[in-house]
Ligand binder design. Structure first.
Ligand SMILES: *Cc1c(COP(=O)(O)O)cnc(C)c1O
Length: 394
């Protein structure tokens, strides 16, 4: 297929996206978008049905109590749909935040006019089960807890199972933003109890952007009719229509769905959640080992590092400038990601998408060359950054 006009080929200069979605997709995923589908046609309805069924299978043991409801738009649209539909208007929410996505959920609740409090752990630290238990014991009005599975702004893998235990020990309900974890990290409802989670097409399943999906316990879904503030983000209405007609309520991203089915096929061939997660872990380990050899250090201590994305401190050397580093990396074919931290300078490198250990070795070599070009003699972070990390972790 290499002679098809307009198809980008990484060997021909398309950069690798080391960003946590959109990410580098396979050629077959891109090729799956080369035909048009009628949204009402029986063929596309079969595709929608297959997509919903396969996502439930992916959810794992306990999924038979769940439904899959796709929602058009980026991941945030699906988060907003989940929060607006599943939290009653008189509910109260505890949001567990340790980065930009946790804060975004809190901001969404503010827009939705849902009563909420926020446990904000800053950039470095996970919300712990004991803290959740304490807050819930102190506030009997809280009905729901919202947790971020992998907080993509730092790459921290939050202790979701410990959080779930605390939530249900207190008789409350858990909703999970598993956007950047689902498909690579197991969240089977038989292992971790929750009412709903959201993810999207362009993260660990490695499709292209265009829709998200809510995996929701059927009893919760049936009970949530009328909660939503929004016509287009009403999870119950979307579900009811899909069940009845097999169609999306409004124009579906047909090409994105076709690409996603191909991405699911590849995911399955790779060994499902375990296989995908293992490749990402190997990517992360190769990346971190190589970068540490250059003197770089990670924001997070090893036990909180996710296999999704890694945050590195910017070097202290005054010759280091992130914008220059970014351009030099891009010239070598790697798009990296600026940091999203509130306090220290940092940058991020994603481990997800169609990249492997060999690509990660090339990323490290490119970083080494960039340091030489910039005349940076050591990539070591400011001592203050490491002290702060150690202090907060103590
Ligand atoms: C990607 C992501 C989202 C959604 O972001 P969009 O830009 O709307 O796709 C939400 N939460 C987390 C944790 C994410 O990684």
């Amino acid at each position: 297929m290499a002679d098809l006009p307009g198809l980008p080929d990484p060997e021909m200069g398309e950069p690798f996206l080391l960003t946590p979605g959109p990410l580098t997709t396979s050629l077959t995923v891109k090729q799956a978008m080369l035909r048009d589908w009628g949204s009402w046609d029986v063929d596309f309805r079969a595709m929608t049905s297959a997509l919903r069924g396969r996502l439930l299978t992916l959810l794992g043991a306990g999924a038979d109590a769940f439904e899959c409801v796709p929602i058009q738009g980026s991941g945030t649209f699906a988060v907003e749909a989940m929060l607006g539909s599943l939290i009653p208007r008189d509910g109260k929410v505890l949001v567990l935040a340790n980065g930009a996505y946790g804060l975004r959920s809190a901001e969404t609740l503010r827009y939705l006019n849902r009563d909420h409090i926020v446990l904000d752990k800053g950039d470095y630290l996970p919300p712990r089960g004991t803290e959740v238990a304490e807050l819930l014991a102190g506030d009997p009005d809280i009905t729901h807890v919202v947790a971020i599975h992998c907080e993509t702004s730092s790459g921290i893998l939050n202790p979701i199972s410990e959080i779930s235990d605390a939530v249900y020990a207190a008789g409350r309900k858990l909703l999970i933003d598993s956007m950047s974890a689902f498909g690579a990290i197991d969240v089977s409802p038989d292992t971790i109890r929750f009412e709903a989670l959201v993810s999207s097409a362009n993260k660990c399943i490695e499709g292209v952007p265009g829709f998200g999906f809510v995996l929701v316990r059927r009893t919760e879904l049936e009970a949530c009719k009328g909660n939503s503030h929004s016509l287009s983000l009403d999870v119950h209405a979307q579900w009811a229509t899909m069940e009845k007609t097999g169609q999306w309520r409004f124009t579906p991203p047909t090409h994105v769905v076709a690409a996603f089915l191909e991405a699911l096929r590849t995911h399955h061939d790779e060994g499902g959640v375990a296989g995908r997660g293992a490749r990402y872990e190997a990517n992360r380990d190769a990346l971190i080992a190589g970068m540490r050899k250059l003197g770089f250090e990670t924001l997070l201590e090893d036990r909180w590092l996710s296999p999704i994305i890694v945050t590195f401190f910017c070097p202290e050397d005054p010759n280091f400038a992130f914008d220059r580093f970014y351009d030099l990396m891009k010239n070598e074919g790697f798009i990296i990601y600026p940091g999203k931290l509130t306090v220290v300078d940092s940058f991020r490198v994603g481990c997800i998408g169609q990249v492997d250990v060999d690509v990660m070795h090339r990323v490290v070599s490119a970083a080494a060359r960039a340091l030489i070009t910039m005349n940076v003699s050591s990539a070591a972070p400011p001592a203050a950054a490491l002290q702060e990390r150690a202090r907060l972790a103590a």
